[in-house]
Design a protein around this ligand. Structure first.
Ligand SMILES: [Ca+2]
Ligand SMILES: [Ca+2]
Ligand SMILES: [Ca+2]
Length: 417
């Protein structure tokens, strides 16, 4: 669509879009990405210089409804730049977020196959030949594996719009899929860069430097869209919605109130990797308890095996929901695994990593579906395991011993070997 003036730059998502004023003259566009970060094109970062100023919501009259902020040259930034039409995306550290509420910022969407981004997108930015913020839209018509996208020629891009967000709608919400990089002439061809798992990891790493002390409930929620192939999906400190889709997928859990859907295929979610330590204001690090005091509950009457995983982090109790996962690998600190009636995962595997101790509980007494246990044993004498029927041993897994039906559970441990 032709460039259309944004009538109200204080409405979402436009209030997060802003104009970069380079230190030595010149200008670009960008969007507030998170606490103390602005997303833009890497070539905009390369040109802006120290002291560049970013003004979100700037309108044609020159009013600055959310104040302004400036580049924090001490970083850390994330920048991926392949000059000459390649990857061109950057997360730039700024000195403050002005007065914009962090939680209302559009989340990031990352596609494990960039071709999944094909389709309708929109953008807003600051074309240099006009005053004020302008809106445009069109389609992503092709994408490379590294996330370089070609936009339809009706997606109008002029000088100055470099670094404008590419907005993607999903489920009624606006997400930021990447940025406008620029355009080719003769023939006219607007181009951009969308997030890939690599740039998402780098961006989340930079964001974490500012967001690690913020409860994920007060941060935007990101969207991770897997492909129809099996893949390894890593999650980060923000709350994330994960659609692993078809294929045998492996997801590594992290912090935040994540919702994960495994889709078709034999899918595994790991809660056994320690989250990165948290750096605290004033210096020093606090190790994050590795999914401490964890409970896993298969909810009653949940369709297709909805499992709630709860753990304690530095912000208190966090609950994540996983559905359509066949294997759940728990941390060494798993304390309660309670499987209630109604849910029917195809094969629920609990890997307790040989560390259930003390008053830990494994309770399958109300569950009718198949449950596989790996590496579970009593280490200190009071571990309880309830089961109304035979449990099963996972293929190739070390299965120690199991207990009899609940009615006589403490009478006879059995050795499966
Ligand atoms: Ca997949
Ligand atoms: Ca997360
Ligand atoms: Ca899958």
């Amino acid at each position: 669509m032709a460039l259309t003036v944004v009538p109200d730059t204080t409405s979402a998502p436009f209030k997060f879009v802003g104009k970069w004023f380079y230190a030595s003259g010149g200008a670009g566009s960008g969007i507030v990405l998170g606490e103390n970060y602005v997303l833009t094109a890497a070539h905009v970062l390369a040109q802006m210089g120290d002291g560049a100023v970013f003004i979100p919501g700037l309108d044609a009259a020159g009013s600055t409804p959310f104040g302004n902020t400036s580049r924090d040259s001490t970083g850390p930034n994330y920048s991926a730049f392949q000059p000459g039409g390649g990857v061109d995306i950057a997360a730039v550290r700024v000195t403050s977020n002005t007065s914009i509420p962090t939680r209302d910022i559009p989340g990031i969407v990352v596609f494990y196959d960039p071709n999944l981004a094909l389709g309708n997108v929109t953008s807003a930015g600051y074309p240099g030949g006009h005053s004020g913020m302008y809106f445009t839209g069109g389609q992503i018509v092709s994408a490379t594996a590294s996330g370089v996208v070609s936009l339809s020629t009706d997606f109008t891009v002029e000088t100055g719009q470099s670094g404008s967000p590419i907005f993607y709608q999903f489920d009624g919400k606006t997400y930021t899929a990447g940025v406008v990089s620029g355009f080719w002439l003769d023939p006219y061809q607007p181009v951009g860069t969308v997030f890939t798992p690599i740039s998402y990891a780098g961006t989340m790493g930079a964001l974490k430097s500012a967001e690690k002390v913020i409860d994920p409930k007060n941060l935007p929620e990101n969207l991770i869209q897997g492909s129809t192939y099996g893949e390894t999906i890593r999650t980060y400190h923000r709350s994330e919605k994960v659609f692993a889709d078809a294929g045998a997928d492996t997801v590594y859990a992290s912090l935040g109130s994540d919702d994960m859907k495994g889709g078709a295929g034999h899918d595994t979610v790991h809660y056994d990797l320690e989250p990165e330590p948290i750096e605290v204001a004033g210096g020093g690090q606090v190790p994050v308890p590795p999914f401490d005091e964890m409970t896993a509950t298969v909810k009653a009457n949940a369709p297709a095996g909805s499992v709630e995983i709860a753990f304690d982090d530095q912000f208190g109790r966090t609950t994540q929901r996983v559905v359509e996962f066949e294997e759940i690998v728990l941390s060494l600190n798993a304390d309660t695994v309670k499987v209630e009636g109604g849910a029917q995962p195809a094969d629920l595997l609990i890997d307790a990593s040989d560390q259930l101790v003390g008053d830990d509980v494994l309770d399958f007494s109300g569950y009718a579906g198949p449950v596989y246990l790996a590496d579970v044993k009593d280490q200190s004498g009071t571990f309880e395991l309830f089961a109304d029927r035979d449990l099963k041993r996972g293929t190739g897994l070390e299965f120690k011993r199991w207990c009899c039906p609940k009615s006589g559970w403490n009478s006879a441990w059995r050795d499966l070997r």
